[in-house]
Design a protein around this ligand. Structure first.
Ligand code: GCU
Length: 472
């Protein structure tokens, strides 16, 4: 009878070890080109739109049921992430049913417009595979047929949840110079990831207030938490989950320690790639853009709402009390600080290679009045900011909002006109008259929750229009 405990100990050790290995493994991809057997293209292998990999892509007939099938090999049974590279030059989504080994695992997976047949992007999807050979089939569910399909990547070995884990998307201004501790700057930065297992915890340094949402459920607010912070007091059902975390912005009288040091997952569990967004929108402003006086601060501000409504990544490069002009009496001026990773004095430069914004919305001028900024100074600083943003984001549409209190309006318009005249036609003045309803303010300046929702309702279609016309 003595051998029984030994075997179970051995089993327990093996499980623990494989768990440990799974947790530190990083994603490695095997690529299956659609033009190479054993892949089957239910149409023609074409090469008439550049940017594909290998020698071509699969162009299927415009019909329901048009299909592409890949045969892939998994070294072990378990969760992998599929990365399907495609182009969709129409403006419409071309959904596809995804089947693995003949079993429908994801009905109607969206393949949104990429803006052009030469613009390729990768759609990811976690699936379970058997050990050995598996088929992965995409079948069109609408009359448009499938998108043009380039290849399928099979990504194995999820991430370990550390700050450098490629599966975690750090959206907005994050200082990523210390690989053990990523620090969000400004307001409205957040992180997103997928993960497997039943629990997730955050590793925090000192106390912080934060919002988190699991599987798209309403955000939960935690205050004064530190150390290993359990986000799943009730374990989740086993399977694939998503997480979004946003720290309360450290500014004004609030001195929390917004620092991401990693996730703790179940033994053997791993992160999965976060769902990609359709694009990125940045909102540049002051306390109004931060969402000051609203119920969830940055999360109930118009910028956050617009981004969420449109399925975009979004962030608020904003700080309470900020001005456009870095004034002599010390106002935090976005004219200079837009390029910084945070609002604090001496902040590092933001690394603009981390992402490109598709749309930038500016709402500045409300506070400059109180810092004796002249109209001449304001106008030239506005032109400067527009030029700075353009130098960082060559493709972005830039929207200059009329401040809700109507401050420096002729100068804002003149600045837009100046850059338009100089050849930059992708900069627009946006009249906001009547956007904030009478019951939409919590004081003389700041919109309340209702006011922010009203602003978002007006702004979202404008941002959306500039996504499609701006080359997205
Ligand atoms: C165009 C395009 C094709 C694409 C097709 C479609 O004809 O050139 O590459 O497959 O549209 O609508 O699917």
């Amino acid at each position: 009878m003595k051998w029984l405990p030994k075997i179970s100990l051995l089993l327990a050790m093996t499980t623990a070890l494989s768990g440990a290995f799974a947790a530190v493994a990083h994603a490695a991809a095997t690529r299956y080109e659609v033009e190479s057997a054993p892949a089957v293209c239910g149409g023609a292998i074409a090469a008439n739109h550049s940017g594909y990999s290998g020698s071509g892509f699969c162009d299927t007939p415009n019909a329901v049921g048009s299909a592409v099938q890949f045969t892939v090999n998994a070294s072990a049974a378990g969760t992998v992430t599929l990365g399907i590279r495609y182009a969709n030059g129409t403006t419409a989504n071309r959904p596809a049913d995804i089947s693995v080994n003949g079993v429908l695992v994801q009905p109607g997976l969206a393949f949104d417009s990429t803006g052009a047949w030469t613009a390729w992007t990768t759609r990811t999807l976690p699936v379970q595979l058997n050990a050995g050979t598996n088929t992965v089939r995409l079948a069109a569910t609408t009359a448009g047929g499938l998108v043009n399909t380039d290849y399928l990547d099979l990504m194995t070995g999820g991430g370990d949840g550390s700050p450098t884990d490629q599966n975690i998307r750090f959206v907005g201004r994050w200082d990523t110079r210390n690989s053990a501790a990523y620090v969000p700057g400004w307001a409205g930065a957040y992180l997103k990831t997928g993960f497997t297992g039943t629990t997730v915890k955050l590793k925090q340094r000192n106390t912080i207030d934060l919002y988190y949402s699991i599987d798209g459920r309403p955000d939960i607010y935690l205050q004064n938490v530190q150390g290993t912070v359990n986000l799943t007091p009730a374990p989740l059902p086993a399977g694939n989950h998503t997480l979004r975390v946003s720290y309360r912005v450290v500014a004004g009288s609030y001195h929390g320690d917004a620092v991401f040091q990693g996730l703790v997952l179940d033994p053997g569990a791993s992160t999965l790639p976060a769902e990609p967004a359709r694009g990125m929108v940045e909102f540049v402003g002051d306390s109004i853009t931060v969402g000051t006086t609203t119920s969830k601060n940055a999360l109930t501000a118009y910028g956050w709402l617009v981004g969420e409504q449109l399925g975009l990544d979004h962030t608020q490069v904003a700080q309470g009390g900020a001005c456009l002009v870095s004034s002599a009496d010390g106002c935090v001026g976005l004219d200079r600080r837009f390029v910084k990773v945070s609002a604090v004095d001496g902040a590092a430069d933001h690394d603009f290679s981390r992402y490109q914004a598709d749309v930038v919305v500016i709402n500045l001028g409300t506070n400059d009045v109180g810092h004796s900024v002249s109209t001449t100074q304001f106008q030239s600083a506005y032109i400067g900011l527009l030029q700075t943003i353009r130098s960082k984001y060559p493709r972005a549409a830039i929207l200059a909002l009329k401040t809700f209190r109507g401050r420096y309006v002729p100068q804002t318009q003149a600045a837009v006109q100046t850059v338009n005249n100089a050849g930059d036609g992708n900069v627009f003045f946006v009249d906001t008259d009547g956007w904030v309803p009478a019951d939409g303010l919590s004081d003389s300046v700041h919109p309340n929750d209702l006011g922010h929702r009203a602003i978002a309702a007006k702004l979202a279609p404008i941002v959306a229009a500039h996504l499609t016309t701006g080359g997205f």
